[in-house]
Design a protein around this ligand. Structure first.
Ligand code: GLA
Length: 414
């Protein structure tokens, strides 16, 4: 009898351990989320009379849904429409619930959610773990349970939880607690955390990625992206330099998040746009646009709807590409992905990235980077969709990469 008791106690603790470790096994975000988020372009768009072109309101969100639905973005995989900071009234209601800004969101958030869902798209929102958000709207501290229920009742599918104005120790408990409250709602809600960014850049400590990745579906590692080439460059450099640490925690259901794409803001050349999207796809990063959807150029749209490129970013294995330094400051990013030939030979994508000014010519042997099929590989130029000459494991390839641009190839095992 005593033995059975001991056994039950042991089983209880083993289960407790496993359940805790597997806390965020919510089955969501098996591929990096794709969609649109308001912050990068619309910021705290509350001055609608003075600045109607940057107004964060119901009309904007519904029209983004319409464009994604009508213009092929949804078919390409863009599905989450996420309202960032500055969506609420400054006061909670008498039940302590958050209230959407009454003039900018006159029908409330459930109305927006229903509109988005009716198009087969998904809806995301934003809060902060502290008393207030980064832009000083009500935060969720002291209200995790109520807010999780409110968001679930509004039918959200994704929640970005920010970490402004929180101490390090609070961040380390709050994100775990908030995640539990989200789970309790029983609504599937992708959980996006800004946790590691605040640990590293505000509290100057090392993020515990093992812990973060067991509680969040995605997490911001680095500074907010700005609408400039320099910001894209710095962001990519961060992922390149931190590859050994952060790639370990990256994969289906748990993603490093380099922040939004800056397409549609008019600041990138065609080459820089190619580079931006190619590296994000190679990283298996979330692909979240943040722009006036009407301002995407024809060329940007073509890139966003290039299914050979999107397929690399949305590959089910979710491997983060590995960077290698080649001569002339070229970085060769290499990513293993599907489809496979039989159960043995993976496909690979190679992106030769030139973030400097001036073109550079480099040579490399694809066979040195994990390829194994002795029958060789077919080679597709991802931007033109054209097939080039096949390669064997020993062929050396010479490529000229234009200034601040990328050449990208997908190799399929023969
Ligand atoms: C922080 C986040 C941004 C955005 C703003 C909103 O800066 O990192 O992505 O959410 O807050 O205030």
């Amino acid at each position: 009898m005593k033995n059975i008791h001991v056994l039950f106690t042991m089983a209880f603790f083993v289960c407790l351990f496993i359940c805790r470790v597997k806390l965020l096994d919510n089955g969501l975000a098996r591929k990096p989320p794709m969609g649109w988020m308001s912050w990068g372009y619309y910021r705290c768009g509350v001055d609608c009379d003075e600045n109607p072109g940057k107004c964060l309101d119901e009309y904007l969100i519904l029209s983004v849904a319409d464009t994604i639905y009508n213009e092929g973005y949804q078919e390409a995989g863009f599905e989450y429409i996420i309202i960032d900071d500055c969506w609420s009234e400054h006061e909670r209601d008498s039940h302590g619930r958050l209230v959407a800004d009454r003039s900018r969101f006159p029908h409330g958030m459930k109305y927006i959610s229903d509109y988005i869902h009716a198009k087969g798209l998904k809806f995301g929102m934003y809060t902060n773990v502290a008393d207030v958000t980064c832009m000083i709207y009500p935060g969720s501290k002291g209200y995790f349970g109520i807010d999780a229920m409110t968001f679930a009742e509004w039918g959200i599918d994704y929640l970005k939880v920010d970490g402004c104005f929180a101490s390090e120790s609070f961040l380390n408990t709050a994100y775990i607690k908030f995640g539990r409250y989200l789970n309790k709602t029983e609504r599937p809600i992708v959980y996006s955390c800004s946790w590691p960014f605040y640990i590293q850049f505000i509290h100057h400590n090392k993020p515990n990625y093992a812990q973060i990745s067991s509680h969040c579906n995605l997490w911001r590692n680095y500074l907010d992206i700005e609408n400039s080439w320099q910001a894209v460059r710095n962001t990519i450099k961060f992922y390149q330099n931190n590859y050994p640490e952060i790639s370990k925690y990256h994969g289906p259901g748990q993603w490093n998040d380099p922040d939004m794409l800056i397409f549609g803001t008019g600041v990138l050349t065609e080459g820089q746009s190619r580079l931006h999207l190619a590296v994000y796809a190679m990283l298996s990063a979330p692909l979240l646009l943040s722009c006036d959807m009407n301002k995407l150029t024809a060329y940007e749209k073509k890139l966003l709807l290039n299914m050979d490129l999107i397929a690399v970013g949305q590959d089910p294995l979710g491997v983060m590409a590995r960077p290698y330094d080649l001569p002339h400051s070229i970085t060769l990013w290499v990513k293993r992905h599907l489809p496979m030939k039989g159960d043995k030979y993976y496909s690979f994508s190679f992106a030769l990235v030139n973030m400097e000014t001036g073109e550079a010519t480099v040579s490399f042997t694809p066979g040195d980077y994990g390829l194994e099929s002795v029958d060789g590989y077919s080679v597709m130029d991802v931007f033109s969709g054209k097939f080039l000459d096949n390669v064997t494991l020993t062929n050396r390839i010479t490529v000229t990469v234009p200034s601040q641009d990328v050449m990208m190839y997908t190799l399929y095992a023969l």
